[in-house]
Design a protein around this ligand. Structure first.
Ligand code: IPD
Ligand code: CA
Ligand code: CA
Length: 264
């Protein structure tokens, strides 16, 4: 069992580690990048790998027994009830193009329940944080989802899979539908940031197919702690390992589900 003091200790360590990784990314942004391709447009650079190594080393040094699930290397599976879920660079395409929507995303689950979320945006000097049942914060100030209650007054975020698969084309149609019925749709290039932008009211909703747990672990807690709601495209309970995410300010969950399902 981890008590509240233990949770706060974990939280401070997660924030420190996300800052160390963010500083590393920023310091090395002008390095010449070695780019490998995981798919058509799915890039990984040495900075993604080194950022993950830095995070893994820092976690293992402080909590040698904890589990780690990260994008760039094999799982560290142990008997621990604590699992760190890490995206060392969310927004790699942006990073490669010197576009600053880039984040380090660190979520901590205890017995499979998200308890801590940290999304550090090093180029934007913004850090979003949450502890289960203790609210969500941006640079230490409490945040809340928006109160917008009609699609026509909303601004939305989404993202597209790297592969030009069925979900890509379906999402193009959903994009069009939501765009036609709202004030706009943005494609920021970092799912972790998109979720935090929904949490702090810059977006009124966000949806995406085919996301990985490291993209959304931290953001899923931050949005809920900011008063938002998260589910899959059938309106059922959000599952970190299921890929589908609809995150809203609550008011717009129903109309967004309706529009998405008119296409699916
Ligand atoms: C990607 C970003 C992007 C989303 C992709 C993700 P990566 O993560 O979050 O916004 O649309 O689905 O894979 O590859 O930059 O870590
Ligand atoms: Ca990612
Ligand atoms: Ca990544």
């Amino acid at each position: 069992m981890i008590n509240n003091n233990g949770l706060i200790h974990l939280y401070h360590n997660a924030v420190d580690i996300s800052k160390a990784a963010g500083d590393f990314i920023k310091r090395n942004a002008s390095e010449s990048l070695k780019i490998d391709y995981k798919g058509r447009a799915n890039m990984v650079t040495q900075i993604d790998k080194q950022s993950e190594q830095l995070i893994r080393d820092a976690i293992s040094e402080r909590y040698p027994e904890h589990q780690i699930l990260g994008e760039e290397s094999a799982d560290k599976a142990t008997d621990s009830q604590v699992k760190w879920i890490v995206d060392p660079v969310d927004g790699t395409t942006n990073f490669v193009h010197n576009h600053h929507m880039v984040a380090v995303s660190i979520g901590i689950a205890i017995d499979d329940e998200m308890m801590i979320g940290v999304v550090n945006c090093p180029f934007l000097n913004e850090i979003f944080t949450a502890i289960k049942n203790q609210g969500a914060y941006l640079n230490g100030r409490k945040i809340q989802v928006s109160t917008v209650n009609s699609m026509e007054n909303g601004l939305f975020g989404t993202g597209f899979p790297y592969e030009l698969n069925d979900h890509f084309y379906k999402n193009m149609e959903i994009f069009k539908k939501i765009y036609e019925n709202s004030q706009g749709v943005r494609r920021g290039g970092s799912a972790a940031i998109d979720m935090c932008y929904t949490a702090c009211g810059r977006f009124d909703g966000f949806w995406e197919f085919d996301l990985n747990p490291w993209d959304i672990a931290a953001g899923s807690l931050i949005i809920q702690e900011a008063g938002g709601q998260i589910c899959n495209f059938s309106g059922q309970a959000f599952d970190l390992y299921d890929g589908e995410v609809l995150a809203t300010n609550r008011n717009l969950q129903k109309p967004m589900l309706k529009m998405i399902n008119e296409i699916l």
